[in-house]
Design a protein around this ligand. Sequence first.
Ligand code: PMP
Length: 319
Amino acid sequence: MATSGILQHIGATPLVPLLRIGQGLAMPVLVKCEHLNPGGSIKDRIAVAIVDDAEARGVLRSGMTLVEATAGNTGVGLALVAAARGYGLVCVMPAKMSADKRVALASLGAEVIITPNAPPSSPENFRSVAARLAAERGWFLTDQFRNPANIRAHEQTTAVEILAQTRGRVGAFVAGAGTGGTITGVGRRLKAAWPNVRVVLADPVGSVLADWVETGVFGPDGAYAVEGIGASEPPANLHRDVIDSAERVTDEESFAMVRRLVQEEGLLVGGSAGTNVVAALRVAARGDCDGPVVTVLPDGLDRYRATPWVQAWATAPRP
Ligand code: PMP
């Protein structure tokens, strides 16, 4: 089915320099404002791409129900697409995700199923539950962690836009990985255009992925509060061969950076944007790359209003 209405306005997001936070660094830092997508996140791109691909392959037919394991943003993107194209939507979400995201999904008409914060091997894990429901009920599993249409969406849209917006000159691309779609798709396409580009994973402390990128062996698995990135095992859509190095970022560093992005740059972004920018600033400060450092701001602050780290801003003095 043709993409129409609001779905046409997914992507084509601004790429802007960090004018204040990025001052005095060896390389400029440019941030891609994915929080300005219609559904408020970078995941709108993959939602429409996955549905387009499934429709084209004939595996998704009108009236069917979509089911996804989601930290929230893919669910919101899928809700936009489901509304525009007449599909049902069920989102399976781990309990750790913000209450704002649950409310957003339910208000968009999705059925929300909350699972315990269980490891991937557990039948209670959000991905296991989504796969089981798809098999039992005949729902279409959009499967963002494995579906190659996720990576393709970033190769064909996010990366192409970055190349046009930088006139093809990118020193480094920095991003966290939830499904891995962003860093794999953008990284691969940028390297095809300009082999010198460095691709850097921004990883929360507590995720196993940074060690895995550097050594091939999983790091220690711990708890962290940043949502949507990091993992306790690498997802299929995260391709290690595309990534050159990793930066480890604590929750405190990520959330302090979000506050600076909001209050110094006017960028109303979520926690993983903080992680990405902390890592991008380190790469830009070292200056060992040939051009500007580009990163993404995956979603917006609105999705986190009820979290303890945003609530604390009201009482804690401005840093
Ligand atoms: N940040 C947020 C807030 C997200 O929801 C996601 C997706 N899980 C990401 C970053 C990571 O994107 P990707 O799935 O493409 O790795």
